[in-house]
Design a protein around this ligand. Structure first.
Ligand code: PNS
Length: 160
């Protein structure tokens, strides 16, 4: 039986921390779905289709394996997507205790809703402080985001 996992997130935009976790998860599971989900609690910078495109380009740029599929979901719960594609595991990156506190209730709800387990992966410590919100702020004020994001994203943000 092939094991399918989902890495969900806003990815607004994808960072080197995300790529790090996606690469680690792709090495553990047979099939990995990177799922762009709208988070109503956050004000968005990029349209969903742009985030998907930047993820695809960044995954190719990083030379990650071919078992990764990027897609988006806007019609219901994350676990509905998992059920639809046969995914049994959600993967999240954890940078700190703050992330543990944020992710734990979601993990428990997703398990209660549909029996989908969540596993937490640690990024390289070099990426431990990188976040999309930090990147959005630095980019909006004209700063250099290239140390924190894949080249495709840095290039895109510089142009826009
Ligand atoms: O990158 P983010 O913004 O921290 O990702 C959060 C996200 C989008 C994964 C989370 O908000 C989510 O799963 N939303 C889908 C709606 C859902 O299933 N909610 C109930 C379980 S938390």
């Amino acid at each position: 039986m092939s094991r399918i996992a989902v890495v969900p997130g806003s990815f607004d935009p994808v960072t080197l921390g995300h790529i790090d976790v996606i690469g680690r998860a792709a090495g553990i599971f047979d099939e990995l779905h990177v799922l762009v989900v709208h988070n109503p609690d956050k004000s968005a910078l990029l349209p969903i289709a742009q985030r998907v495109s930047l993820l695809e380009r960044s995954i190719a740029e990083a030379g990650l394996p071919g078992n990764i599929r990027v897609t988006s979901w806007s019609v219901g719960l994350l676990v509905d997507y998992c059920t639809e594609v046969g995914a049994t595991v959600i993967v999240k990156g954890i940078r700190s205790q703050v992330d543990v506190a944020y992710e734990t209730p979601m993990a428990l709800v997703n398990r209660n809703l549909a029996g989908v387990e969540t596993i937490f992966l640690l990024p390289d410590p070099a990426n431990a402080y990188v976040s999309s919100s930090l990147v959005r702020q630095v980019a909006s004020l004209g700063g250099d985001v290239s140390p924190y994001v894949p080249a495709a994203v840095a290039e895109f943000l510089q142009k826009s």
